[in-house]
Design a protein around this ligand. Structure first.
Ligand code: CND
Ligand code: ZN
Ligand code: ZN
Length: 374
C-alpha cells in the first residue's frame, strides 16, 4: 500500500533538551509539499557537528531531530519535483544547492544562500514536517536523518548510483566529502608539499586522504588522543604528534619540523586555540590554513594582522567546498570506481535504536564513524 500523500508514523531520535540523551519516539512525518522529497532512511553516520548541538556549542532551537550524514531511498515527492523520483537512492545535502543564488552561480563557492546554518530549524518555506506527542519538532540543517523517514527540500538532495552501498556512501553526505574537499578543493594541496592536520576524527582522516591523493610528501597528524594515530597512519599520515608530549607550543614544534612552517594546515576539531595553532604552524609567507572544525558560535578569536600581512592565507569552507547536487553523485561514482576508501572511517555499525551508544563512542574517543542502520 502506497504511503504517498499520507502522514507516516515512524521512529525518530528526538533531542528534547541540551546535554540529555536522545529519546526514540514515535513521530508523525507529514507528506512532502511542492518541491520537497520524503526519504526512507537506510543509514546515517554520527558526526561531531550533531554532538555540537547536544552540547550547545552549535545553538539551535529544540526539540530537534538531528543527523546530517546519511543515505536513503525516495519514498515520495511533492509537486514540481523533477530531479528525483520514488525508489531513487539519494544522499541528503546539509548544504543545499539552489543553483540560482549568487553563491551557487559563483564558480568556486558553495555555501548556498538557502542554507540553514546557524540553524533556524525549518525547511526553506519556514515550516516543519515532524510532530511528536502533538508538538512540532525542529529540523536540522534541512536533513534530520536520525529518523526512519525525513522530508527535505529538492535542492537538499542528490540522486546517486542505484548500485551504491548506502551503509558506506552515507559518509559522502558529510565526513568524507568535508575532509577530502578541504584538502583537494579548498586548500588545493600541491604535490610534494608538507601538511599538518589537527584532529584525527572522521573528518580529519578524510583531510589526510585528500592530502595524500593530492601528492603531499609529508602529512603530520596532530591529536591529544594517541589511540587515533595508527588509523591516521593507515590512511596516509607520515607522522603523528601529541601536543601534550611537548613543553613548547605545538605551532613552534611544527614550524621546527617543517623548515619554518607547513605549506597547508587544517583545523578539524572546532576549538579556538587549535585554530590559532593551525594558523601559526603554516608558513608565514607561503602557508595556507583551512578552518574545517565548527567553532562555538558565540566566541571570537584575536589574531595579530601581521600574521596575515606577511603572506599567509587563512580560509574555511563548509562541506569541503563542494556544491552538493553537482558533486555528490560524482563522489559516489568515484567511490564505486575505487578511487578512495570509506571502510577505514567506519569503526562500528549499530542499529538506529542504539544511537546513544554511538554518541558515547564518539565522546569517549573510541570511534571514528559509527553508522546507524534502519
Ligand atoms: P571527532 O570528534 O571525531 O574528531 C575530533 C578529534 O580532535 C578527536 O580525535 C579528538 O581527540 C581531537 N581533539 C580534541 N581536542 C583536541 C585538542 N585540543 N588538540 C588536538 N586534538 C584534539 O570529530 P569529527 O571528525 O566528526 O569533526 C571534526 C570537526 O569538523 C567538528 O568540529 C565538526 O563539527 C566539524 C565539521 C565541519 C563540517 C564542515 O562542513 N566544515 C562538517 N561536519 C563536521
Ligand atoms: Zn544557492
Ligand atoms: Zn558533519
Amino acid at each position: 500500500m502506497s504511503t504517498a500523500g499520507k502522514v507516516i508514523k515512524c521512529k525518530a531520535a528526538v533531542l528534547w533538551e541540551k546535554n540529555k540523551p536522545f529519546s526514540i519516539e514515535e513521530v508523525e512525518v507529514a507528506p512532502p509539499k511542492a518541491h520537497e522529497v520524503r526519504i526512507k532512511m537506510v543509514a546515517t553516520g554520527i558526526c561531531r557537528s550533531d554532538d555540537h548541538v547536544v552540547s550547545g556549542s552549535i545553538v539551535s532551537p529544540l526539540p530537534i531531530i538531528l543527523g546530517h550524514e546519511a543515505a536513503g531511498i525516495v519514498e515520495s515527492i511533492g509537486e514540481g519535483v523533477t530531479t528525483v523520483k520514488p525508489g531513487d537512492k539519494v544522499i541528503p545535502l546539509f548544504n543545499p544547492q539552489c543553483g540560482k543564488c549568487r553563491v551557487c552561480k559563483h564558480p568556486e563557492s558553495n555555501f548556498c544562500l538557502k542554507n540553514d546554518f546557524p540553524p533556524r530549524g525549518t525547511l526553506i518555506d519556514g515550516t516543519r514536517r515532524f510532530t511528536c506527542k502533538g508538538k512540532p519538532i525542529y529540523h536540522f540543517l534541512g536533513t534530520s536523518t536520525f529518523s526512519q523517514y525525513t522530508v527535505v527540500d529538492e535542492i537538499s538532495v542528490a540522486k546517486i548510483d542505484a548500485a551504491a552501498p548506502l551503509e558506506k556512501v552515507c559518509l559522502i553526505g558529510c565526513g568524507f566529502s568535508t575532509g577530502y574537499g578541504s584538502a583537494v578543493k579548498v586548500a588545493k594541496v600541491t604535490p610534494g608539499s608538507t601538511c599538518a592536520v589537527f584532529g584525527l576524527g572522521g573528518v580529519g582522516l578524510s583531510v589526510i586522504m585528500g592530502c595524500k591523493a593530492a601528492g603531499a610528501a609529508r602529512i603530520i597528524g596532530v591529536d591529544i588522543n594517541k589511540d587515533k594515530f595508527p588509523k591516521a597512519k593507515e590512511v596516509g599520515a607520515t607522522e603523528c604528534i601529541n601536543p601534550q608530549d611537548y613543553k613548547k607550543p605545538i605551532h613552534e614544534v611544527i614550524q621546527e619540523m617543517s623548515d619554518g612552517g607547513v605549506d597547508f594546515s587544517f583545523e578539524v576539531i572546532g576549538r579556538l586555540d587549535t585554530m590559532t595553532a593551525a594558523l601559526l604552524c603554516c608558513h608565514g609567507s607561503c602557508g595556507t590554513s583551512v578552518v574545517v572544525g565548527v567553532p562555538p558560535g558565540s566566541e571570537s578569536l584575536t589574531v595579530n594582522p601581521l600574521e596575515i600581512l606577511t603572506g599567509r592565507t587563512w580560509k574555511g569552507a563548509i562541506f569541503g567546498g563542494y556544491k552538493g547536487k553537482d558533486s555528490v553523485p560524482k563522489l559516489v561514482a568515484d567511490f564505486m570506481a575505487n578511487k578512495f576508501q570509506l571502510d577505514p572511517l567506519i569503526t562500528k555499525v549499530l542499529p538506529f535504536e542504539k544511537i546513544n551508544e554511538g554518541f558515547d563512542l564518539l565522546r569517549t574517543g573510541k570511534s571514528i564513524r559509527t553508522i546507524l542502520t534502519f
